[in-house]
Design a protein around this ligand. Structure first.
Ligand code: GLY
Ligand code: MN
Ligand code: MN
Length: 441
């Protein structure tokens, strides 16, 4: 096991190599990556929660330093420019302790316009990355978000360094502490609202620090893929049927993205959750270099068609269900996506660093990841089956409506849906399931 300092140093060396290539391909001499600024609320003196620019966090996890930036020039030590305003309304955050203190050239400045003093004199060949709102006051000159530079960096970002994998492992451990707390709270009969708070407390994060808003969905609410409300009401035992918890955490700027579905009692739904888990684990087992993710999506849909037949929800052959898109009404999302600095990490549809696209297959137009799997990629594997009213109503009217077991669907309806989601690292010869490793640790 290498020390964090070594992992971080190797990470920065790799980042420098990627930036060197990206700058050369874009005809630029240097790049300034802005952390961004919290967006202001219209006609108010408050700001919306802020998510720092992921490309900035990739250099150093300064999560609470709006207005800061990273200057990279090939062959020179990367310069971390930290805005520490003299402010008696808000408290500027200290630069966190970590290996970046030795590896980067850290300079502090007090006012946004002072940033310029630390930049190259001639900004003509300077690329500016990040939210342009940051440059309104700082005015560093340069070219904003050049497309070629961005596609190079986005393409490379799919392959994680050992440092990044370590961050995702930490984000996984935190999220699993949250999942354990919520599983206990569900059994104890707490409300969605209370379970949401327990998740945050167990991860030790604020809502704004999470990589995405936690989905705490009891009963029918599990049928809304990104259900965003928190019912304050505690439900009596007889009215608690299921909980779908899709909740991740973050560490050093990197995300985990984990879903578990719980049945309130033994019985048919509990056994369906177990079946789904088995199917999901079989799909995880197929993750290895060279696999086209679109193929895995097809395999997943075929396995879900098998489940729909086995559960006697659809009286068609699995092959027919697949061909006539009946499965799609029960699983209206992709099997997974890249995971990293963002929960839906960028670059999943890029064919090469120059920015050529790999469009999703016609059969699966919403697939976020169309690349072949490569060592270092971290992907989610998240099959699901949901009872979504609008999609089932459409299916009912279709020519396949009569093949559905409406009686059984009506009895399962109150459960909303099932999703199981793990985060899987592609290795040189296979994979590591980061979620299961941490769960059984
Ligand atoms: N939590 C969002 C997703 O699973 O993609
Ligand atoms: Mn996901
Ligand atoms: Mn998720």
């Amino acid at each position: 096991m290498q020390s964090p300092a070594r992992l971080y140093k190797a990470h920065i060396d790799e980042l420098c190599r990627r930036y060197d290539q990206a700058l050369e391909a874009s005809g630029l001499d240097a790049v300034l990556v802005g952390a961004g600024l919290p967006p202001p609320v219209h006609r108010d003196d408050q700001h919306y929660p802020w998510h720092p620019e992921p490309l900035f966090l990739q250099w150093a996890p300064l999560l609470a330093h709006p207005g800061s930036a990273l200057l990279y020039r090939p062959g020179r030590k990367a310069r971390l420019l930290v805005l520490e305003p003299a402010d008696y309304w808000h408290q500027p955050a200290a630069v966190p302790q970590g290996p970046w203190q030795r590896t980067l050239d850290i300079r502090v400045f007090r006012k946004p316009e002072d940033l310029r003093r630390h930049l190259p004199r001639n900004p003509e060949n300077l690329g500016l990355l990040g939210d342009p709102a940051q440059w309104r006051e700082a005015r560093p000159g340069g070219r904003r978000n050049p497309g070629r530079l961005l596609t190079h960096l986005d393409y490379g970002r799919a392959r994680k360094t050992a440092w990044e994998i370590c961050c995702i492992e930490q984000a996984t451990a935190k999220a699993l502490a949250g999942h354990r707390a919520v599983a206990t709270a569900f059994k104890a009969g707490l409300s969605e609202f209370e379970m949401g708070l327990m998740f945050l407390a167990a991860c030790g994060q604020t809502e704004a620090e999470l990589p995405y808003p936690a989905i705490v969905a009891m009963n029918r609410n599990g049928a809304t893929l990104h259900y965003q409300h928190r019912d304050r009401q505690r439900l009596p035992a007889g009215e608690r049927h299921s909980l779908l918890l899709d909740a991740g955490s973050s560490a050093g700027g990197y995300a985990s993205d984990i879903t578990r579905t719980h049945a309130a009692r033994r019985g048919e739904f509990a056994s369906m959750v177990r079946d789904m888990e088995r199917t999901q684990q079989e799909l995880c087992a197929q993750v290895r270099p060279g696999v086209a993710f679109a193929e895995l999506q097809l395999t997943a849909f075929s396995a879900l068609a098998d489940l729909l037949a086995r559960w006697e929800l659809v009286r068609m052959s699995p092959a027919d269900m697949l061909e006539h898109r009946v499965v799609d009404s029960f699983m209206p999302h992709g099997l997974g996506h890249l995971l990293g600095l963002q929960v839906h990490d960028v670059g999943g549809n890029l064919a090469d660093p120059a920015g050529r696209r790999l469009p999703p297959p016609k059969r699966f137009p919403r697939l976020r990841l169309t690349r072949q799997l490569e060592p270092g990629m971290v992907v989610t594997i998240e099959p699901g089956i949901y009872f979504i009213d609008s999609l089932l109503a459409r299916l009912r009217k279709s020519r396949y409506g009569r093949q559905l077991n409406w009686k059984k669907l009506a009895s399962l309806h109150r459960h909303g849906g099932i999703r199981i989601e793990d985060n899987v690292l592609v290795t040189a010869d296979g994979h590591r399931n980061l979620t299961r490793e941490a769960e059984t640790h």
